[in-house]
Design a protein around this ligand. Structure first.
Ligand code: GLN
Length: 294
């Protein structure tokens, strides 16, 4: 079978499960033959070897059984970089790129040369790795309660050559100890950060159970408790003593929770500048807290 005939067959199989069967068929085949999708367009008549055909059919079957495409191919793009993903981690979303953009803009605007950053609940590591790749002065602590997620995050840091500037810690929210620090740090700044970042689980439990992704992506990364703000509340409580003067905190939120998240932030950071930043779809997406006092 040649590439084009496989694509035709795959498109018809995927029309039952996928919104964009033509695109997905190309992504699956490209992965199976370990080539970019443009290779398929350039060589439509190339015959698949028996091994390639087997690999392509295996991926197609998984997707036909409704496994999300990123898990099927084990790779996903975020902030212009390719990340390894598995069902142990949340699939990186485009909305989260906004959080990364705001973090990078903050560091550049303040001309910070070295900057202590924490990414709480790092998952695939997409936030921490994208920031480290774009800010040479970034020293990042990336935490997660899931050891399986941390394994993926470490692989992603290595893949992009930034593992020397990210330390990974298995803990719930903030760490109170870090073994084997990778860089020099003054005792005063230990566990204090210029930037606190998080894409916490934020979907209200009842809503989560109605979603297509429920049971496919890790519940740990989605379930924000009864009101969607359980983890965010914990983050805000613990962040007050950890955010440096003039530091910034950016937390991704569910789009219906903007007002509630802002009110919560005002309780914990009464003299900081607090705003809700909208994503490209015009939805409330990032809770931003900037500590202005010296
Ligand atoms: N943005 C994800 C979604 O809407 C949720 C991720 C999260 O809870 N942090 O599916």
């Amino acid at each position: 079978m040649n590439l084009l005939s496989f694509i035709k067959q795959a498109e018809s199989t995927l029309s039952q499960v996928a919104e964009s069967p033509a695109l997905e068929a190309r992504v699956l085949l490209a992965r199976a033959i370990d080539r970019p999708a443009s290779f398929i367009l350039a060589h439509p008549n190339l015959e698949l070897s028996p091994e390639q055909l087997h690999a392509a059919k295996t991926l197609l079957q998984k997707r036909a059984a409704r496994m999300p495409l990123p898990y099927v191919v084990g790779r996903w793009e975020f902030f212009g970089l390719e990340f390894i993903v598995s069902p142990d981690v949340l699939i990186p979303r485009p909305e989260t790129e906004l959080l990364v953009e705001l973090a990078i803009a903050f560091v550049r605007k303040n001309a910070l040369e070295t900057v202590n950053i924490i990414d709480v609940g790092t998952g695939s590591g997409c936030i921490a790795v994208s920031i480290a790749a774009n800010l040479p002065g970034a020293r990042i602590t990336a935490t997660d309660i899931s050891p399986a997620a941390l394994r993926i995050a470490r692989q992603n840091a290595q893949k992009h050559g930034v593992d020397g500037r990210i330390e990974f810690v298995e803990c719930d929210l903030f760490p109170d100890k870090v073994e084997g620090r990778k860089w020099q740090i003054s005792p005063l700044s230990t566990f204090h950060y210029d930037l606190i970042l998080s894409n916490p689980p934020y979907i209200p439990t009842a809503t989560m159970k109605t979603l297509e992704i429920y049971g496919k992506e890790p519940t740990l990364a989605l379930d924000g408790g009864a009101d969607g703000l359980v983890t965010t509340r914990g983050l805000l409580e613990q962040a007050t003593g950890r955010l440096n003067p003039r530091g910034k905190m950016l937390i991704e939120i569910e789009s219906s929770l903007g007002l509630a998240a802002k009110a919560l932030a005002q309780q914990h950071f009464p003299s900081s500048q607090i705003e809700i930043v909208k994503d490209l779809a015009g939805l409330d997406r990032i809770l931003s807290i900037e500590r202005l006092l010296p």
